[in-house]
Ligand binder design. Structure first.
Ligand SMILES: [Zn+2]
Ligand SMILES: [Zn+2]
Length: 885
């Protein structure tokens, strides 16, 4: 029974991480017995590496998953990654740029090849990290959103929605880079603060002589495309103008005055120009009012023919000309300095131009109705429950979902355009000819789908849908989703919509929303703040188990998690404490000739009586009783996602009961014992049960120690991860034993406190006396030996009252007096004498004042009352210390 002196998790954690995979113990089977518990991982982006937020999420999932597995459930944790369209495309494009290659020059196919190469090389970083962190996934079922199977699911889903009329093409405003000549996503736009201007322009109102509406704009060249001026319905100044039109300067076009909230009465004059073709908000307003969209800037950033005399000019050159012409014609009211936030292309720095383009949409209203109903009926529960409200708010106001992206990396839209008749053919397989005109010149849509389109199908596409697989029948709906609040809409809501649409059932029954990991100052972790905690760095430093424990300790539902170095350090100390307890046991076993042993049945072990006394030792009865309540609390806490509470229970039990008391008491008993007797069996059974109780939180340490006790035995599970989780049994709480050990703990603790206060050498044996009655006295007498060993005090026992001296310390149960060493006794006597003298003076003072009529007539009543109370206190202390006189 060799055990290393120092707890070095780095020595055994990688070994078990690999062994868990090699032994296949986390592989699920659709045919296995037991209640089903399944969970699909929120797939991390393939581009990334794990950050501490992932580690929190994976730790919480792993605790729940390991717990269910130990409960005997048919447990599946399905892992995988997301292709993360835009993020991955940007990473690879940047890499190519470093090699001096513009990815656009490569062409679509070559570029896609490079991304797949990159994925093969770096794409399993997340997996390697998760394996190292001990996450108990079934890696045989690992999925990637661009797998052939998942891609087939995406096509099936798209075609079915299209056939039902739930997918359509429509106009949408995108960020356009006139230099890169492409639409770019919001993620690819960088924002910069600049000093701009606000131009105030007046538009003459038709039919009302000398009446004008003044509008203000930061982009005067767009006025050429104005199709309305908006005023707010609540703005009293302009109400009589509604129904009139204005004449657009320079273009001499008549445009309507509309009522719309786009106009803010507090901003500028309260009237705003509306340019639906060149501003996202104006685009929406244009939709509301059915306004024409006049595009005056083209995809090269030049003015179009619709810009009249300005056609062909660069958009910024046009701005100068427009301003000059407005001024010359007397339409320019004033120019103000104005701070601007402008969007630039992340790749080339060109200022982005909002342009209208044709995109694909999902009609979400009908899908959202079912998704709302299943939450209302409680078929899906959010924990904490307040997220339900957030979910409803979004779902009731849901807008159609733009699913097309002008990217190369992703699921290409399964639509083909007939080059002859413009027919659009949506199909599962590549069509050979146009069903409308018979032409064979068909070109596939160049867009790919939004990354969230494929992840919305994740809970069923990963189980084999659209095939009717055994996995799908067994593991869908999944039991639980654990995720962050930031993707509640992007992902969670869409999974519910798609699950209801394609499976006719919810994708999961519960959604646990976890918090953010913050630093010691409760700051969000970010690269710019420099307070990021790298999971691999801290797990190398403290051990995975310690970091898991530190995260769990802060993981109360509905709160953010504060992770500090101190917390990780103390968690490491906790692990070390357990290691030392094991080391004591193992060394002692070796010395006593005891072989590693665990009970035959791990379900229920009844502590055995000692052969010599025919009584189960009280510390054994006590520790099993404590294990029983710790089991009850731990099971309940994990079930309710109260991970912080589970951590506290395990910590308190293992450190403050098992290590601090049980092992210490056993040390005394084991002095005489040799061989595997009842004492040893009880101790090893308690230790083994405690390891199982701790396993979901600290899997590595517990596996390492458990294997030393039970490893290689054919009649036991191959891993602690497959052993049963300890359960509460009502008849196993032993109040008598708990009461007995409590008294022992109180006496020893008080004696230790007194010794510390009087600065007595901890190794010095001293004498003392305990005064109490009946039960308490009996228990203390019974444990006199243990008290003498643990507190280094040899006690006399008295059933009468304690003497009234200063050295008496009392609890509601007993009084305790310690005999101080000679020198300290003398000092103590002097201190008491002094104290008595002071008390005597205080008493005399108080008495004389309270007897003074003049004082009593002048002093406020509360002062007199306080003084009376003080006098009673002084006299009480005087008697208690035993002062003479
Ligand atoms: Zn660009
Ligand atoms: Zn055709």
């Amino acid at each position: 029974m060799q055990i290393e002196k120092v707890y070095e998790p780095q020595r055994f954690e990688p070994h078990w991480a690999q062994w868990w995979i090699d032994s296949g113990i986390f592989r699920a089977s659709a045919r296995a017995a037991g209640r089903v518990f399944s969970l699909a991982i929120p797939p991390p982006n393939v581009t990334g590496s794990l950050h501490i937020g992932h580690m929190l999420e994976h730790t919480e999932i792993d605790v729940t998953i390991r717990w269910h597995r130990m409960l005997g459930d048919n447990t599946l944790w399905l892992p995988g990654t997301d292709h993360a369209g835009i993020a991955t495309q940007m990473v690879v494009a940047r890499k190519l740029a470093e090699e001096g290659i513009n990815y656009r020059d490569l062409g679509r196919e070559k570029f896609e090849e490079r991304v797949w190469q990159w994925k093969a090389q770096y794409g399993d970083t997340i997996k390697r990290q998760m394996v190292r962190l001990g996450t108990s996934c079934d890696w045989s079922r690992e999925r990637f959103t661009l797998d052939p199977g998942l891609s087939a699911a995406v096509r099936e889903d798209f075609v079915r929605l299209f056939e039902k009329g739930l997918i359509y093409r429509g106009e949408y405003m995108v960020n356009w880079c006139p230099h890169c000549h492409t639409a770019i996503s919001d993620l690819e736009v960088t924002h910069a603060d600049v000093n701009g201007h606000l131009w105030h322009i007046r538009y003459p109102v038709n039919g009302l002589k000398d009446q004008f509406l003044v509008v203000a704009t930061t982009r005067p060249e767009t006025m050429l495309g104005d199709t309305a001026v908006a005023i707010n319905a609540k703005d009293q100044r302009y109400l009589d103008l509604h129904g009139h039109t204005v004449q657009l300067p320079l273009m001499d076009r008549e445009i309507p005055i509309i009522l719309d909230d786009l106009a803010d009465p507090e901003f500028g004059s309260g009237a705003v120009k509306v340019t639906p073709a060149h501003d996202p908000n104006d685009f929406e307003a244009g939709r509301r009012h059915n306004l024409p969209k006049i595009q005056v800037i083209d995809e090269n950033g030049r003015m179009t023919a619709d810009a009249g005399p300005y056609a062909g000019l660069d958009r910024f050159e046009a701005r100068l000309r427009v301003v000059a012409d407005l001024q010359a014609a007397g339409f320019l009211v004033k120019i103000e300095d104005y701070p601007l936030n402008i969007g630039k292309c992340a790749r080339c720095g060109t200022i982005v131009e909002p342009l209208i383009s044709t995109q694909w949409f999902v009609r979400t209203k009908p899908l959202a109705e079912k998704a709302i109903a299943v939450v209302e009926s409680g078929r899906i529960q959010f924990v904490p429950a307040n997220w339900t409200k957030t979910y409803y708010e979004w779902m009731y106001n849901i807008r159609d979902w733009c699913i097309s992206r002008q990217l190369w990396w992703g699921h290409r839209i399964p639509a083909w355009h007939c080059q002859e008749c413009r027919e659009i053919i949506v199909a599962r397989e590549i069509p050979t000819s146009c069903p409308r005109c018979g032409a064979t010149h068909l070109v596939q849509d160049t867009d790919v789908l939004d990354t969230w389109f494929s992840s919305a199908l994740w809970p069923f596409s990963t189980l084999g849908w659209p095939e009717a697989t055994e996995d799908l029948a067994t593991f869908y709906p999944t039991s639980l989703l654990i995720t962050g609040f930031d993707i509640l809409f992007f992902w969670v809501a869409r999974m519910v919509m798609m699950g209801m649409e394609f499976m006719g059932d919810v994708p999961f029954r519960q959604v646990y929303i976890h918090g953010l990991v913050r630093d010691a100052e409760r700051q969000k972790m970010s690269k710019t703040r420099g307070n990021v905690v790298d999971p691999l760095v801290v797990t190398e430093k403290y051990g995975t188990d310690a970091v898991r424990m530190a995260l769990l300790q802060g993981a109360a539902p509905g709160t953010d998690i504060v992770l500090t170095e101190e917390r990780m350090e103390s968690s490491r100390a906790f692990a070390n404490k357990i290691w030392n307890a094991a080391r004591f046991l193992f060394l002692k076993m070796e010395f006593s000739g005891v072989e590693p042993w665990v009970p035959e049945s791990l379900e229920a072990f009844q502590p055995e009586p000692c052969t010599d006394t025919l009584e189960v030792p009280v510390e054994d009865r006590w520790i099993f009783s404590r294990l029983n309540s710790a089991s009850e609390q731990a099971n309940r806490a994990i079930e309710q996602y109260r991970y912080h509470e589970a951590a506290q229970v395990l910590w308190h039990f293992f450190w403050h009961e098992f290590c601090d008391w049980y092992i210490e008491l056993k040390k005394l008993r084991f002095r005489e014992n040799t061989g595997l007797n009842a004492d040893w069996r009880n101790t090893l059974a308690a230790f083994e049960t405690a390891l199982r109780l701790l396993h979901p939180a600290m899997p590595f340490l517990t596996e390492e120690l458990w294997q030393r006790l039970a490893g290689g035995r054919k009649d036991r599970p191959v891993s602690i991860a497959l052993a049963p989780y300890p359960q509460y049994r009502a008849n196993e709480t032993n109040y008598k034993a708990e009461r007995e050990i409590e008294i022992l703990q109180e006496v020893v603790t008080l004696a230790r406190t007194l010794r510390a206060e009087s600065k007595i050498d901890p190794k010095l044996q001293i004498e003392g006396a305990l005064y109490s009655r009946d039960g308490v006295l009996e228990v203390a007498k019974k444990h006199a030996g243990a008290i003498q060993e643990l507190a280094k005090v040899k006690l006399d026992f008295h059933s009468d009252a304690a003497p009234k001296t200063a050295s008496v310390r009392s609890t509601p149960q007993f009084d305790l007096v310690l005999q101080l060493p000679k020198a300290q006794e003398e000092a103590q006597r002097k201190r008491i004498e002094k104290e008595c003298e002071q008390l005597k003076k205080n008493i005399e003072n108080s008495k004389s004042k309270l007897g003074d009529e003049a004082f009593l007539s002048k002093a406020p009543p509360q002062v007199i009352e306080t003084m009376r109370k003080k006098l009673v206190d002084y006299e009480e202390q005087f008697r208690k210390i035993g002062c003479a006189g």
